[in-house]
Design a protein around this ligand. Structure first.
Ligand code: GDP
Length: 398
């Protein structure tokens, strides 16, 4: 009996000790029990798998509300991939802006600026004032004859208008320049006769002045104005010139007629006219050879081209002489030669953006009486602009 009692007491004590341990673990999960002793090494002979024990009953789980379930499900679902943002639409190409003379004639203006500054600084008109004005005009390539004529005019004005202030003298000079550069009404416009198909515009000038580029730029403008354009590569001396024109024709969406290298340029113009008439193309822009004007045979060749171009169908309504402003007075010599040979109707003065010699414009208009119709203020198509004497003179004097 005593033994049974002792055993009972022992059992009760063991049971209460293990219960205390379990409670302690639950209340203080950080407390680690001694790791259980390592399991015995596996037996070398296969032993039957132990019977699958019934999984101990899971502790009661906290109640999950249907809302939480829904939330969980939503979280587990494939994250919604936000549609890739549309690539930004390409910014609409800004319409080309016509450049201002003032912005492009920087070189010519800085030449004038020094002289104008010293004329102003004197506070009166004296011999040095006249020397300054003369030097400025000569250096800007206005030319000796035109400069002399301008100074004579100014001296007369100073006397008759009782001009004593340098500023008033400069104003008188500007007015005189504008006057000389002015053209009669309508003389400046490119001549196009809508009763004629096709109109032919011939482009003449020495190599490198910008003929082909001018044809390309004008072609774009003519297309935009609704003309059907054909480009004729009548410079058969240089295959590269025809290639360059072909590139422009593609860009413009113009028809192109070109001949064999070294072939007859008159034949190219003839073919161009036939094709233009057949296709109701209203405007032919014809490039011509530009070997040095001193070669007499070039002038003869150009005369022949013009004669062919004059024959019906259609009519030559412009013969535009392209002059590179950077060549200054040399351009005037060229202008005289071409005008005598092919009857130039207007001047295109290119590369005004790259020179201080813009004064050549005054010499051309004064000495030859030929209107400057277009000027090149850069290489982009929109840089070929109608000449405006007011803007031009304002740009020179800042
Ligand atoms: P072409 O031999 O007379 O046909 O001359 P091009 O048309 O081939 O032109 C010769 C070079 O002058 C080219 O590089 C043109 O881009 C350039 N050019 C033409 N006009 C202008 C202009 O107004 N300003 C500038 N800066 N360059 C120009």
């Amino acid at each position: 009996m005593t033994i049974v009692l002792i055993l009972l007491i022992a059992v009760v004590m063991v049971a209460s000790a293990s219960a205390t341990l379990v409670v302690t673990r639950r209340r203080h999960p950080g407390i680690e029990l001694e790791p259980p002793p390592a399991p015995p090494a596996p037996p070398t002979t296969p032993t039957p798998p132990p019977p699958i024990e019934q999984a101990p009953e899971a502790p009661p789980e906290a109640e999950i509300t249907p809302e939480q379930v829904a939330e969980l499900e939503a979280a587990l679902q494939e994250p919604e991939v936000a549609p890739a943002p549309e690539p930004p639409a390409p910014a609409p190409e800004a319409p080309p802006v016509r450049p201002r003379f003032r912005d492009r004639l920087g070189k010519a203006r800085s030449l004038f600026a020094g002289y104008v500054g010293s004329v102003r600084s004197r506070g009166k008109i004296n011999e040095e004032t006249w020397e300054d004005i003369e030097e400025a005009l000569i250096r800007a390539d206005v030319g000796v004859d035109t400069t002399t004529a301008l100074l004579d005019d100014l001296r007369t004005k100073v006397r008759t208008d009782h001009i004593t202030e340098p500023e008033a003298l400069l104003d008188a000079l500007k007015a005189d320049l504008i006057d000389r550069l002015g053209a009669q009404d309508g003389q400046r416009e490119l001549r196009y006769d809508d009763t004629v198909t096709p109109n032919v515009w011939l482009f003449v000038g020495v190599n490198g002045v910008g003929k082909t580029t001018t044809i390309g730029k004008l072609g774009l403008r003519a297309k935009a104005e609704g003309h059907e354009v054909l480009m004729a590569a009548a410079d058969t001396f240089r295959a590269a010139a025809a290639d360059q024109l072909e590139l422009w024709a593609k860009r413009v969406g113009a028809d192109l007629v070109r001949g064999a290298e070294g072939g007859d340029p008159g034949a190219v113009v003839f073919d161009a006219k036939e094709r233009a008439a057949a296709r109701h193309t209203d405007l032919i822009l014809a490039d011509t050879a530009g070997r040095l004007h001193t070669k007499v045979n070039l002038m003869e060749e150009l005369k022949k081209v013009r004669r062919v171009a004059e024959r019906p169908p259609g009519q030559v309504t412009e013969v535009l002489l392209v002059i590179d402003a950077t060549t200054g007075q040399n351009g005037l010599v060229q202008a005289k030669e071409f005008a005598a040979a092919v009857g130039v109707t207007g001047i295109v003065l290119t590369k005004l953006d790259g020179t201080a010699k813009g004064g050549i414009a005054v010499a051309i208009q004064t000495e030859l009486g030929l209107p400057i119709k277009l000027v090149g203020l850069g290489e982009a198509p929109e840089d070929l602009v109608d000449f405006d004497e007011h803007e031009f003179v304002d740009a020179l004097f800042g």
